[in-house]
Structure formats: C-alpha cells, structure tokens
Design a protein around this ligand. Structure first.
Ligand code: KIV
Length: 275
C-alpha cells in the first residue's frame, strides 16, 4: 500500500514507529522501497554525500529535481519527500509555492520539506494552501549553519528548549503534516512529541520520536568524511566497495578478468574470412 500523509497521521495515532531514509538515485530508492520503508527523503544532504560540498548551501532546485525524478521512478509504496534547497523558499511566499510546485510537477515528489520554525510558517501555510503537503524541519537546520556557527545540538538551554517547543507548535498550526527534529536532546524531543499531534521524525533526537530518519550512506558506512554521534552503521559497505574496486583493478591488470563467461562468441568461419 502506498504511504501517504494519512499513513503518517495514523501511525502517530496508533503509536507505530515511522521509518525514513534518504536516497538520491533510482536503484537505491528501489532497494529501500522494497525493504518496506514509509518515506524516502531526497535531502539536500545530497550536496555533501553525492556532490562533495562541505555543506548543503550550494544545492540548487535543478539538483533536487534531477535526483527526485530518479527516486520517484524507483519507488512503488514509499512517500517521496523532496527537500526545498537553500534560498528556494526563504525569499518570498511566492518563490516558496512556485518551487514547491516544481518539486511535485517536475520531480514527482509527493510532499516537500523545508527548514525553519516560526519564521517560515507563512511559507508552510501558503504551500499547504496550494495542496502540497509540507514536512517541517526544526532543531539543527543545516541551511542555517552560518547563523548557528557550526553543526551543533539545539535546544539545550531553558530558553532554547522553550523556543523549540514553540517552533514545533507553530509549524503544526501552519499546516505541516510532520516535523523533523534534528540534533535535539532526547528528553526535549519526547516533550515535543507529546505536545503536538503531528508525527516527529528524529535524527539525533533520541528514541521517543514518532519515527526516525538517517542518511543512507551514513548507515551503510559509505560516507566516512565524518560520522555524527547519532549514526548507527548497519553495514560497512564502504570497506566492501573499496576492496571490490581494488580486486577489480588487480584482476584486470593480471588478465584474470574478463573470463570466458563474460565474453561474446563469434563463429570461427567468420573470423577466418577476416585473414
Ligand atoms: O537533507 C537531509 O538529508 C535531511 C535529513 C538530515 C533530515 O534534511
């Protein structure tokens, strides 16, 4: 059954945990979809894990549309969430609605995600009024890395914690159907999860959120530039890939690959006529 925003709402009501991963291409999305996940986020994290930038700020609408198209073609049952990149919604509600619309029309995403709390509620409201569901994202919002002065856990002081609770309530009121809590202390994430009726999707926000999301290269051990504390590695594919690449190089150099089974045949008579 196709996951929709109704599935997300019902999961919270039934206390069923929601599962999400990022993906950026067709074949990975297909594998994740077949594993039975609820949602795939085509995150602007693609700037770091696919495009090699040091942050997410340079990611463009064209980048997200390109990768969302690929992911949408790979899934059957998964809700596809497309991230709104830096400066695609901050500039005006008009830009926010036009760009959200492009992610749905051109990328074939089901819903969009954008970062920020009270300051983006007018954008959330306008996008939702255009019949595009919005997933909000508060706590550590990587597009504000320069404003935060680095990638830091958010909501640790009393003021900051109160502010985060207010942000969560505000995005819910503006019409978001779910909210990502990134790098928020576990007990604060638990309070937020109880205080709002939309599902919280945690990343570095502890076990009490309604669901979890990870960047797939992190959880498969494929991206080792740095590993955040909240990542659990479910496989070490980076090591397996490195050793497979080295083996391939050695086998080609040593004439071991390709073997007979990997080669195409031609009748001997045809070859003889060539001499
Ligand atoms: O871009 C992304 O991958 C994200 C997740 C970390 C939630 O926003």
């Amino acid at each position: 059954m196709k996951n929709t925003i109704v599935t997300f709402k019902e999961a919270k009501n039934k206390n069923d945990k929601l599962t999400m991963l990022t993906a950026y291409d067709y074949s990975t999305a297909k594998l994740i979809d077949e594993a039975g996940i609820n949602g795939i986020l085509v995150g602007d994290s693609l700037g770091m894990v696919c495009l090699g930038y040091e942050d997410t700020l340079s990611v463009t609408m064209e980048d997200i549309i390109h990768h969302t198209k690929a992911v949408s073609r790979g899934v059957k049952n998964t809700l596809v969430v497309a991230d709104m990149p830096f400066m695609s919604y901050q500039t005006s509600t008009y830009d926010a609605v036009v760009n959200a619309g492009r992610l749905i029309k051109e990328g074939r995403a089901n819903v969009v995600k954008l970062e920020g709390g009270i300051e983006v509620c007018d954008k959330i409201d306008a996008i939702v009024k255009a019949s595009i569901p919005v997933m909000a994202h508060i706590g550590l919002t990587p597009q504000s890395v320069n404003a935060f002065g680095g990638f830091k856990v958010q909501g640790k002081s009393e003021d900051a914690a109160r502010r985060l609770i207010e942000e969560a309530k505000a995005v819910e009121k503006a019409g978001a159907f779910a909210v990502v809590l990134e790098c928020v202390p576990e007990r604060l994430a638990e309070i937020i999860t109880k205080e709002i009726s939309i599902p919280t999707i945690g990343i570095g926000a502890g076990a009490k959120c309604d669901g979890q999301i990870l960047v797939y290269q992190d959880m498969l051990g494929m991206f080792n530039d740095f590993t955040p504390k909240f990542v659990k590695k479910y496989a070490n594919l980076g090591e397996s890939m490195s050793s497979a690449f080295k083996k391939y190089i050695d086998e080609v150099k040593d004439g071991i690959f390709p073997e007979d089974v990997h080669s195409f045949k031609i009748n001997d008579e045809v070859i003889e006529k060539l001499y």
